[in-house]
Write a protein that binds this ligand. Sequence first.
Ligand code: RRO
Length: 308
Amino acid sequence: MDLSTTIAGVHFSTCLMNASGARCVTQEDLEQLGESHAGAIVTKSMTPLARSGNPEPRYVSFDGGSINSMGLPNLGYPAYATLIPGLRRFKKPIVASIAGLKPADFLEAVSAINDAKPDLMEVNLSCPNIPGKPQIGYDFQASEELLLRVRDLAAVPFGVKLPPYFDPVHHEAMAEVLSRVGVSFLTVINSVGNGLVLDPESETVVIKPKGGFGGIGGRMIKPVALANVRAFWKLLGDTVQIIGTGGVETGQDVFEHILCGASAVQIGTVLVDEHVQVFERLERELAEWLKKKGYDSVNACRGKLKEL
Ligand code: RRO
């Protein structure tokens, strides 16, 4: 079974990789991804300065999903710029995730990371967890202005990591921004921002930052993720590759993302739960699904969802 894929002209030997944020902050995390069956190494979103993130507890998984308000804990881009060349020994694509608290942070990180030559950059317009900083992806004009400046600087192909949208008008508006800018790929979706999970016994929220509000991931967000993959695939076709993220626990979930139009799939909550061994299981389960449905590759299945 051919599980390989191509994103922005870069070949991936399998279409499964970590979602930025899940087990990818430290050198050890990144090396474990390198040694695993993951098809790529995606870094934690990086900012100019190292950050320890929000106060704990800040990540809780529960039956059906996870809630997080990590607050961008990362080593800072200078550390990732130093680490990336060493990760090349794993002979798989390296995707540098770029974030910031203000536009200048993104531009600084893009310029610095150029020299480390990651294969791709994923510009994160959708972190929901910085108090007082709205998700840029919900402001179409601000997104376009930032991406145009990134385009002027980036020396490798770049894509965007988007928040979930819940209205076709918003999918259309963002697709137009992406087309005008000429981004190479998109990753949809980031966590569903500012959900609330609580413990009725103790009558308390389960995470500390922002009064308990945080990004929701895992099984319960799959329909939202699939809808965003499908909406953008229908708007953009195969001109811009889509990395589906959200709600993937099994090979069936990966298969569903690919049917909707995803060229690759990222794994978040279940990677945190199961560690990097999850990639072998998902690879096996995806191959079984493709075989059962008569496809010989990920490519052959992409976008084949039927409508009634
Ligand atoms: O670090 C986080 O709190 C975080 C980020 Br940057 C993100 O993009 N998505 C998320 O769920 N958490």
